[in-house]
Structures are given as structure tokens and as C-alpha cells.
Write a protein that binds this ligand. Structure first.
Ligand SMILES: Nc1ncnc2c1ncn2[C@@H]1O[C@H](COP(=O)(O)OP(=O)(O)O)[C@@H](O)[C@H]1O
Ligand SMILES: [Mg+2]
Length: 220
């Protein structure tokens, strides 16, 4: 039995008069690893932000983890994202003044929790990312691949059901990118975590369960 975790229908997004996402309908099953490819400017980042509740569409519907994210209020969405969604970006988006473990633990700060517990959870994830020797490093002292593994650990710390990744290997050399992909495939398999990943690397895209291709705002 396949369980849809994300269902989008007739999504449109326009900026001023420019339609960037045009009548997109798609569905992802729980546990799927789906890649989204397409030329630069085809609307991939915009579509990802609509599907992941970061932006509102001009029209259309999105149900994510059983929630109608178009109707939800911004305060509901903040809680919902924290409980269900992990984000990974091309440029890592780490906080430069926090150490590796503090970056990973940052999403836990709204919860009332002992600092010791936060640290333990962050350290465990960093160890799984082979970064047990980099806990106290600032992002500026880490390589690109290390930064992205810190970002993956941060995305995982609240045990999300789905991860949205926008060109997670875009700033990495191909070998490092390959190892980041292996990490994402591992968490997808081991934790049955759904992943939607934008990439313009066709080879990396080909390793997914399914590939969606975007062209000029439309899913082919
Ligand atoms: N906030 C915005 N305001 C106006 N135009 C935007 C905005 N965001 C994206 N666009 C435009 O939408 C198109 C698609 O952008 P984007 O979704 O970033 O594509 P991709 O991720 O595939 O490169 C581009 O022409 C871009 O300039
Ligand atoms: Mg983009």
C-alpha cells in the first residue's frame, strides 16, 4: 500500500505578471526518494518552496503530512514545519557564530529541554555523519562536504517525515557530492524518510526512485 505524504494540485505561482509555476499537480508517497531536475530558471526552487510551505501559491492546493498548508496560519505552520519537515540548501545556511553541534541543536531551542539533552542528540547525529571530531568547530573551519553533513544532521534532529533539499550538492565537488548523496539515500532507506531533492546533476538524479523534470514552470 502506498501512502501519499504530499499531494499538490493545480499549483500556480506568479510574480507580478510572470507565471513561474504553471498548473503543477504531483504526489509523493511516504518513503519515496524523488529528484526534481530542470534547467536553471525553470521554477524548481519556487516549486519546492510552495510544496514545503515556505511560500504561498497564487492558486492551487497542497496537502503535506495530512495538513492543508495553504489554509494554515503562519504560527500553525511554524510548529508544523518544526515537527515534520527538514530543509537542506545548496549554500548550507549554517549560523556562522555557532559551533557544529550548536547548529545541529538549533531547531531544538524552542522546546523546553536541558542543554545536556540537546547536546547529546546533536552529538549522536554528528557522529552518524562521521563528524564526531568536528563538534566544536565553527562553520568557517569546515569543508563544504562537512558543512553539508552538519546541515543534514540539523535537518534530521526533529525526526522529520520529509526532507526538501535544493541542490544539496551544488556547491560541492563531484566526489563530495556523491558521498552526500549516499548519506541522503541511507537516511531515506533506514528511516523511511521521504526526500524531494532538486538537482541539475542527471547522474545523481538517476539514483532516485523517480525523477520529475521541470521545464518552463511545467512538470513534464
Ligand atoms: N521572488 C521572486 N520575484 C520575482 N521573480 C522570481 C522570484 N523568485 C523566482 N523568480 C523567477 O522565477 C523563475 C524561476 O526561478 P527559480 O524557481 O529560482 O528557478 P530554478 O530553481 O529552477 O533555477 C526565474 O525566472 C526567477 O527569476
Ligand atoms: Mg533553484
Amino acid at each position: 500500500m502506498n501512502n501519499p505524504i504530499l499531494v499538490a494540485a493545480n499549483l500556480q505561482k506568479s510574480f507580478a505578471d510572470l507565471a513561474v509555476v504553471k498548473n503543477v499537480s504531483l504526489s509523493l508517497d511516504e518513503g519515496e526518494f524523488v529528484s526534481l531536475v530542470g534547467k536553471s530558471g525553470s521554477g524548481k526552487t519556487t516549486l519546492l518552496s510552495l510544496l514545503s510551505s515556505l511560500e504561498l501559491p497564487t492558486s492551487g492546493t497542497v496537502s503535506l503530512c495530512g495538513k492543508d498548508i495553504i489554509k494554515a496560519s503562519e504560527s500553525e505552520l511554524a510548529l508544523f514545519r518544526r515537527a515534520n519537515i527538514g530543509f537542506i540548501f545548496q549554500s548550507f545556511h549554517l549560523i556562522p557564530t555557532l559551533t557544529a553541534w550548536e547548529n545541529v541543536a538549533a531547531p531544538l531551542f524552542p522546546e523546553p529541554m536541558e542543554q545536556r539533552i540537546r547536546r547529546e542528540r546533536a552529538v549522536k547525529l554528528l557522529e552518524e555523519m562521521q563528524l564526531g571530531h568536528r563538534l566544536e568547530h565553527l562553520p568557517s573551519a569546515l569543508s563544504g562536504g562537512e558543512k553539508q553533513r552538519v546541515a543534514i544532521a540539523r535537518a534530521l534532529i526533529n525526526n522529520p517525515r520529509i526532507i526538501f533539499a535544493d541542490e544539496p550538492t551544488g556547491n560541492l565537488d563531484s566526489q563530495t557530492g556523491q558521498s552526500i548523496m549516499e548519506t541522503l539515500h541511507k537516511v531515506n532507506k533506514e528511516q523511511k524518510l521521504t526526500i524531494l531533492m532538486v538537482t541539475h546533476d542527471n547522474e545523481l538524479a538517476g539514483n532516485a526512485d523517480r525523477t520529475l523534470t521541470m521545464q518552463d514552470g511545467v512538470i513534464q
